[in-house]
Design a protein around this ligand. Structure first.
Ligand SMILES: Nc1ncnc2c1ncn2[C@@H]1O[C@H](COP(=O)(O)OP(=O)(O)O)[C@@H](O)[C@H]1O
Ligand SMILES: N[C@@H](CCC(=O)OP(=O)(O)O)C(=O)O
Length: 365
């Protein structure tokens, strides 16, 4: 099989028991299958949940805490226990793990986003197994990934993975929540995620999981838009991950064969950047941006709103509203001056004919 880059996400319910302890036999099953995947020549990154679930009992909580400080304290205790268990079990296979804790803020700062990419690829080049989790202890409630399903989708995009495997306590997506309706039927393949499917997928059924199937589908949709195929399901034994890669997995495969990877600039602009202002463009510029794959030139802009610097991200409005986002090569002041001079019928040639937004740094809505 061709060498692939694979992100494996393991949910709390597949690592811990409901009493708040790490289930060593589940963990060793996962580790053996990861070792097998690596032995076939694939690159593997692990996104592991379970910090809160593995830590709460040691703090004396009777169940998974619901308060922010409770979850953050439990994650601080549980994360070290998790990594300790991973270290012990991985050493039997001669695999060296690296703990990588990320916050949402790290992705919204472009230099940190680039650093995350460089560090992860360096670890892979050196055959280390990155074990990634959200840095729960310092994450602010309003600014989190939501859950690790979304974190795994964003990491998959960042490192241009071929496949995201979401391991959970159920063998895939069902047309109804099977824990509530025994007539529910499993879906083997979903080329595209529609609103109807997002409605069929409900919350978590376990005492330790967070987002349920709904959050997995939302994450899978994001991964697909970034060009990454997704598998959601379960399995047992050292061959489970190889079986999944060979289309024999016990779960649901999501995303058509036609998915294409999108470049890191576009990913960052589309999913992580902050919009600093707005440009309003005429019909010709709108057609050029939307249909012709062209860059945006100064001549197509008739209004500038907000104060932004060269290199910031702005929203672009066409005839009927927002049409996309892009990184500008001019400041708002420079652009306002261009428009003013045009109104005064001075020569636009006075300004360099640089693109305002280059096509590689433009994302359609
Ligand atoms: N339509 C559905 N198909 C499958 N599972 C569903 C569906 N709707 C809700 N679920 C629930 O989602 C759960 C998996 O999500 P979750 O508990 O968050 O797992 P994890 O801890 O692995 O992230 C299942 O155990 C099931 O109870
Ligand atoms: N960062 C949290 C992950 C929470 C989460 O998303 O859990 P899950 O739904 O089990 O993947 C933790 O380690 O407990």
């Amino acid at each position: 099989m061709e060498k692939k880059r694979i992100v494996v996400k393991i949910g709390s319910s597949s690592l811990t028991d409901s009493k708040g302890a790490i289930d060593q036999s589940k963990l060793s099953d996962h580790i053996a299958s990861i070792a097998n995947l690596r032995n076939k020549g694939h690159e593997v990154l692990l996104v592991s949940s379970g910090a809160v679930a593995a830590g709460f009992a040691k703090l004396g909580y009777p169940s998974r805490p619901v308060t922010l400080k409770g979850k953050q304290a439990a994650a601080a205790v549980g994360q070290s226990l998790l990594i300790q268990s991973y270290n012990e079990q991985l050493s039997k296979f001669g695999i060296v793990p690296a703990q990588v804790l990320i916050t949402r803020n790290d992705f919204s700062k472009r230099d940190r986003y680039r650093n995350a990419y460089s560090t992860l690829t360096e670890l892979l080049e050196r055959s280390i197994l990155p074990i990634i989790n959200e840095n729960d202890t310092v994450s602010v409630e309003e600014l989190t990934f939501g859950d690790n399903d979304m974190l795994s989708a964003l990491v998959s995009g960042l490192i241009h993975a071929d496949q995201l495997i979401i391991l959970t306590d159920i063998n895939g997506l069902y047309d109804k929540n099977p824990k509530e309706d025994s007539s529910a039927k499993r879906i083997n393949y979903l080329p595209e995620i529609t609103e109807e499917w997002k409605t069929a997928a409900k919350g978590s059924g376990s005492k330790v999981g967070t987002g349920g199937m709904k959050s997995k589908l939302i994450a899978a949709e994001t991964a697909n838009t970034l060009g990454v195929k997704v598998f959601i399901g379960k399995g047992e034994g050292e061959n489970k991950l190889i079986d999944i890669m060979e289309d024999k997995g016990d779960g649901t495969y999501i995303g058509s064969a036609a998915l294409t990877s999108i470049n890191s600039n576009r990913q960052w602009i589309s999913l992580h950047s902050t919009v600093e202002g707005s440009l309003y463009v005429d019909e010709g510029a709108e057609i050029a941006l939307m249909n012709n794959g062209s860059s945006l030139l100064p001549a197509g802009i008739y209004k500038v709103e907000g104060f932004f610097e060269k290199g910031n991200v702005v929203e672009v409005y066409g005839v009927n509203g927002v049409i996309g986002k892009g990184e500008v090569l001019y400041s708002s002041e420079e652009l306002k001056e261009i428009i003013l001079q045009r109104a005064e019928e001075q020569k636009i040639e006075k300004h360099p004919k640089l693109e305002v937004i280059h096509r590689d740094k433009w994302v359609k809505m």
